[in-house]
Design a protein around this ligand. Structure first.
Ligand code: SF4
Ligand code: SF4
Length: 56
């Protein structure tokens, strides 16, 4: 299942954006958002300093 960002936890640091191999994460109004390009690799999860990303 794709990655999901908890918007309440996300600080908008953009660390996850560069970690994604498919550029599936975009910033929307200061929060990270995972698009349909996600291939479920999980790379972004460990990259987030506030553990805002989970695999659903
Ligand atoms: S799980 Fe992988 S492909 Fe999906 S958003 Fe995270 S880094 Fe990108
Ligand atoms: S790494 Fe975490 S806190 Fe930073 S933009 Fe991505 S989801 Fe938000």
């Amino acid at each position: 299942m794709p990655a999901k960002v908890n918007e309440e936890s996300c600080t908008g640091c953009e660390a996850c954006v560069g970690a994604c191999p498919t550029e599936a994460i975009v910033m929307k109004e200061g929060k990270a958002f995972v698009t349909d390009e996600c291939i479920d690799c999980g790379a972004c999860v460990d990259e987030c300093p506030v553990e805002a990303i989970t695999m659903e």
